[in-house]
Design a protein around this ligand. Structure first.
Ligand code: NAG
Length: 476
């Protein structure tokens, strides 16, 4: 409906130029009445109008990087859409991806094209003094007050798409074990996702071989990846792309493809291990709006704007965000689907024994980007655990988190942590916040609010470098 009104309005406006102002006024009035009258009433109607809206919405094309002129009209992209629901014959001609590349363009580009040029996102700076044996994740502290569940998006940093740290070997081994044990809960790829999976793999390998050249390299023909950390080689011609990613990169990826029948995005391929309380397998083939239903207020407040955001998201504007939770242990993967009587808390039946030393801050660092050729949208995330006691001497952090746990909206807080975790955390934070005031680190009358350094805290960089013993890589 909004789309049609918009189009109609444009047409009518054209017809009325040169006419009197009165005519224009009448037209607008008619449109307002029409819009109100035809406002979708039932959920079903709303859904239908939503779908019509998405059907002709496409992201900005990047064909111009191939010296092709002009954007293709949406109805052509819609009519000649490369199918996302069955295997694609790239040998055929004149089918188009949502970003406006034709099957012919894709064949001409071949394997490992210049994705920096195609995406408009530069390659990362080489992290030359990086030492994986000492590296630590950056200390994410994505706490915000006034707290409300908005998307809280940040601009994507091209140097940090994949972030390695000192547990690389153990994490990789744990992930392989999980995959062997629960394959259908962790990895899948459906017909129609071939191009997107290959594209993601090629982009990631271009990233890691440039960012960490001491640890990853490609042969001159881009057919073999050598991993100098695990001492493995991977044949890129014969190994499925998601498998290549899973065997080398300890992060999670979920690929959403635009469904040509309704213009919405569906989860069609994934390799995801760090899921607690759910698993990616349970979401296979679901549309975006069904996947986030466990996030409080999501459906009401964000589903529609999220669908629209996805339809339009430009390739050259990826984003990152960070969400957090408090846990009483640090599980990598634990899904109710594979654990009988699953509980979020390890202290569920003995909450009185929980101590502050047991607590963990869990941050889920996520990036979201559209792949330039296939137009697929890729969710990427990693879970980063920190002993909760680390927060003690981080300026302003205890007071800020305390405020959120005390005064945050109840349904959001229960999503962030279980009640006995919350109680133990608040008690410690109260003490630590007071310590920081007594020590003169935080002014007594500091009005608690989101920090300028968010998602970090004042002075984080120096401390972080000191702890890992190297690192000038953030400002090169
Ligand atoms: C694509 O959309 C159509 C129409 O809404 C739906 O029937 C079909 O199941 C969707 N495909 C996938 C892969 O979900």
């Amino acid at each position: 409906m909004p789309y049609n009104i918009h189009k109609m309005f444009k047409g009518l406006f054209k017809a009325s130029t040169g006419g009197s102002l009165w005519v224009l006024g009448f037209v607008i009035l008619t449109l307002v009445v029409l819009a109100v009258k035809h406002r979708p009433r039932t959920r079903k109607e709303l859904l239908r109008s939503t779908q019509a809206t998405h059907l002709l919405q496409f992201p900005p094309s990047r064909r111009h990087v191939l010296d092709k002129v002009g954007e293709l009209p949406p109805d052509l992209l819609q009519k000649r859409a490369l199918p996302s629901t069955h295997a694609v014959n790239l040998g055929g001609d004149d089918l188009y991806t949502p970003t406006g590349f034709s099957t012919r363009d894709i064949r001409a580009l071949g394997r490992f094209p210049d994705y920096a040029k195609l995406s408009g996102i530069r390659y990362p700076t080489p992290y030359v003094d990086f030492d994986v044996t000492k590296a630590r994740f950056r200390p994410f502290r994505p706490f915000r007050w006034n707290y409300h569940q908005t998307m809280s998006l940040m601009k994507f940093d091209p140097d940090w798409w994949v972030e390695l740290e000192q547990n690389y070997h153990t994490t990789m081994a744990a992930r392989q074990k999980l995959l062997a044990k629960y394959p259908e809960h962790i990895m899948f790829s459906y017909p129609g996702s071939e191009l997107a999976c290959r594209e993601l793999m090629e982009m990631l390998l271009q990233f890691i071989t440039r960012r960490y050249p001491q640890y990853f390299s490609l042969d001159p023909f881009n057919t073999v990846l050598t991993n100098h950390l695990l001492h493995t080689t991977t044949n890129l011609v014969t190994t499925p792309p998601l498998q290549v990613i899973f065997s080398n990169i300890p992060e999670d990826y979920a690929i959403m493809l635009r469904n040509e029948s309704d213009g919405l995005y569906y989860l069609r391929a994934a390799g995801v291990c760090s899921s607690v309380g759910w698993d990616i397998g349970q979401h296979r083939n679901k549309p975006l709006s069904d996947i986030h239903t466990h996030v409080p207020d999501f459906r009401e407040r964000m589903a529609f704007s999220m669908d629209r955001f996805f339809a339009k998201m430009p390739v050259d504007q990826p984003i990152q965000r960070c969400s957090w939770g408090l846990e009483d242990h640090a599980p990598l993967f634990s899904s109710p689907a594979v654990v009988e009587g699953w509980q979020r808390s390890a202290f569920a039946d003995r909450p009185g024994e929980l101590k502050v030393e047991d607590l963990q801050l869990r941050c889920d660092w996520q990036t979201l980007r559209r792949l330039p050729l296939s137009g697929a949208i890729v969710f990427n995330f990693k879970a980063v655990f920190n002993p909760f006691t680390d927060l003690r001497d981080e300026p302003y952090v205890p007071a800020l988190l305390l405020k959120i746990l005390r005064e945050g909206k109840e349904n959001l807080i229960t999503y962030k942590c279980v009640e006995h975790v919350r109680q133990v955390a608040m008690k410690a934070l109260e003490m630590w916040a007071k310590e920081q005031v007594d020590a003169g680190i935080v002014p007594e009358n500091w009005e608690v609010g989101t920090l300028d350094e968010s998602p970090f805290y004042p002075g984080w960089e120096e401390r972080w470098r000191e702890r890992q013993g190297f690192g000038s890589a953030t400002k090169q």
